[in-house]
Design a protein around this ligand. Structure first.
Ligand SMILES: [Zn+2]
Length: 199
């Protein structure tokens, strides 16, 4: 992948509408993890429903809520959230690489109101599909996500990456992960029992 193309894709990923509009509201319990690996860089972005991380999806209104958000951000900024593995060319065994610190990273909580679709208004008595969002107002849902990006200088021969995210946040049940490298595109579903993705 050329650097130019890489930068275009990166800027799309980063500037993408935070919650992607009312038609595509996130699912609580499900996170997104995008990994891009090029000749000289590895960039990862994560999008995690705030409900699954801190238990609410609104701006902090009390000091206690601010503390909860800050504590979550601290975990999401910890380099030990990820372990990189490389496969030995000789033994073919996969071994963890010593802790790697990103050259660049950011984490933020993005809060967005999403108006429900018009058809909902015609069925005021039927909001069963909101059961998993029972703390949200049916007509003006507010959602929030944690967005984190990590940029690393090229890490040699990574064969897989695992995350401890599931250990820190019980509310995250699965992560939809996708990978773009110079050679291929692939995706995988990660869970607490399978928190590792192959590159
Ligand atoms: Zn939500």
């Amino acid at each position: 992948m050329t650097n130019r193309l890489f930068i275009i894709i990166l800027s799309i990923l980063i500037t993408m509408a935070p919650i992607q509009g009312a038609q595509n509201v996130h699912t609580h319990g499900t996170g997104q993890w995008h990994i891009m690996s090029t000749e000289d860089r590895l960039v990862m972005t994560m999008k995690l429903p705030a409900m699954s991380i801190i238990g609410f999806e609104h701006k902090a209104s009390t000091n206690k809520e601010k503390e909860i958000i800050d504590a979550a951000k601290k975990i999401l900024q910890d380099p030990s959230l990820f372990t990189f593995y490389s496969t030995s060319r000789i033994t073919k065994k996969s071994n963890p690489i010593p802790l790697i610190t990103p050259s660049n990273q950011s984490v933020s909580m993005v809060v967005e109101s999403a108006k429900t679709e018009a058809k909902d208004d015609a069925h005021d008595d039927d909001h069963h599909h909101h059961d998993d969002h029972d703390d949200h107002d049916a007509h003006n849902e507010t959602h929030a996500e944690f967005h984190a990006t990590f940029e690393y200088k090229k890490i040699d021969r990574i064969s897989s990456i695992s995350t401890t995210l599931f250990d820190h946040f019980n509310g995250i049940e699965k992560i939809e992960a996708s990978i773009i490298t110079d050679q291929k595109q692939s995706s995988a579903i990660l869970t607490k029992d399978n928190p590792r993705i192959r590159l």
